[in-house]
Ligand binder design. Sequence first.
Ligand code: HEM
Length: 360
Amino acid sequence: MASKILATLLALAAVSNAALVRKATCSDGRTTANAACCVLFPILDDIQEVLFDGGECGEEVHESLRLTFHDAIGFSPALTKQGKFGGGGADGSIITFDTIETPFHANGGIDDIVDAQKPFVAKHNISAGDFIQFAGAVGVSNCPGAPRLQFLFGRPAAKQASPDLLIPEPFDTVTKILARFGDAGFSPAEVVALLASHSVAAADHVDATIPGTPFDSTPGIFDSQFFIETQLRGTLFPGTGGNQGEVESPLRGEIRLQSDSDLARDSRTSCEWQSFVNNQSKLQNAFKAAMAKLAVLGQDTSKLVDCSDVIPVPKPLVGTPHLPAGLTHNDIEQACATAAFPTLPTDPGPVTSVPPVPSS
Ligand code: HEM
């Protein structure tokens, strides 16, 4: 009798387990946890082929990642408390109300990717808010070393443009930056984690004479070089110098934002910053968690469907943490008071210059 009950229980468990893991098979044969996610596969193929030039981690991926932030951070509970409209967060308003939002000073240059993404939103039956976060997550998956980002699907259309002045500027103080992120629900550690995005990034407009100048020496790889290289003593301006929000960088061809420099050296954030230097899995996990929060700011997640399994699995990390050729541990400006900067090997050979990210 007991064995019969046990057998029945086991059979029941097997059935419910099968129900849990059963996948929807889409018309193209691909599988996903939820049939509602099937519509995303053709969009995935289209953006990988057309927007991201066949699956690169290049300029459009960098710009699409920046766009996820600039759309989402338009969200301020503090403004709402004052009885004002605080923004809809990750709602696509930066595309839907682009004539209002793209002229905001902090959105300099964002019109390029807004214009590039708009036809995809129009072509596919998807809200602008979903498209921005989907393109960001897909794009990041093209960068070796990146985590596979979460993607929740089903954001409704944006109702209103975000108010101005909610996007941090590179010339803002650390106090102002942390307060702005704090208002949106992010801790100082989460701010540092989000800035891993600057590992796959370049600036076109901080110094307009040198478009495509990256923030680290490996802008096509999601690695910790950004956290290493921002800790090196700044010695030169890669272009003209004297630009608002720019400070000296350690390498020709590399640009440094004042905000990144300050966050790397401020006692509220420097130890977290340094902790990513030789801990790729912490970097991946922290970025993934913080991006998951960013991507749903202002959204009712109970109404969204988890379509994360549509996002491709990123390629593994290429390379290991190192100091750029010609620089040593003596060039590190130690900022964290409680732990020493990790000892890293220096790349062999003479000092090199970082090439710009090609525009496509
Ligand atoms: C303190 C907060 C931040 C400041 C002050 C800041 C500022 C900037 C600036 C000034 C640029 C260069 C724009 C240009 O000249 O073309 C830039 C680029 C970029 N930012 Fe940020 N950013 C911040 C946080 C973030 C976050 C949280 C993300 C994403 C999660 C992000 C993603 C990017 C990316 C991917 C680029 C490169 C875009 C490209 O290569 O075209 N940033 N950021």
